[in-house]
Unconditional design. Structure first.
Length: 221
């Protein structure tokens, strides 16, 4: 006897989806031939997918089905039984699997089926794992470093660029001050020189050349 296992709670229209299962197709309905087929394990007749090839009686298939309560004057508890998808079971070397080499289109765009395992094979409808474009490609070791490393590196590089830009502008301005001594006071010139020294220290050069020391080194015997 086939047991239907729900996948999740019914949708807003009461439609219930079930985990895929394997069953045997029985006779077609005498009231709705070629539309309703008996599934032996469920002991019920089910609506066959309209665009799917007609099944072979007595053959095993893997089924994806839904049920939906009937409305109106229908008998209480009666439901529509719809086969959404059916794949024939193939046996090779005592191993059974669903033949899904050319699967039909899903019933709805948002239709997602899961846990469609047959025997030892993986789910035929399990979503494929996303494959990285770098899969199998040797990459530099630093590419595997944590995000904190890259955040720190980005901040350091940005600070370096900003410092170098400010240093260039400061040196140009300081050169103008030296060429035009009457334009600014000596105090302002000294303050500006201190700013340049601080910027140079940020770029990695922590000392400022002393002209007097260099001059004395040049004249030393």
């Amino acid at each position: 006897m086939t047991t239907l296992v729900p996948l999740e709670t019914p949708d807003s229209q009461g439609r219930q989806r079930y985990k895929p299962f394997i069953d045997i197709v029985g006779h077609t309905s005498k009231f709705r031939p070629d539309i309703e087929y008996e599934l032996i394990g469920t002991a019920e007749y089910w609506n066959w997918p309209q665009k799917a090839p007609k099944p072979t009686e007595g053959k095993r298939y893997q089924f994806w089905v839904t049920t939906k309560p009937k409305g109106g004057n229908a008998k209480p508890g009666s439901v529509y039984r719809d086969i959404v998808r059916a794949e024939p079971i193939v046996s090779e070397n005592n191993v059974e699997y669903a033949d899904v080499s050319d699967p039909p289109a899903p019933a709805r765009e948002d239709e997602v089926w899961g846990d469609a395992s047959v025997g030892d094979k993986e789910s035929v409808d399990a979503p494929a794992e996303p494959r990285s474009p770098l899969a199998g490609v040797q990459v530099p070791p630093e590419w595997s470093l944590p995000i904190e490393y890259w955040l720190h590196r980005h901040a350091a590089e940005r600070l370096s660029i900003e410092t170098q830009t400010a240093l260039k502008a400061a040196v140009e301005t300081y050169g103008f001050m030296l060429a035009n001594p009457g334009s600014v006071s000596d105090v302002e010139t000294t303050r500006f020189l201190n700013v340049i020294q601080e910027l140079i220290a940020r770029t990695g050069r922590v000392t400022w050349p002393d002209p007097e020391v260099e001059r004395n080194e040049e004249v030393a015997p």
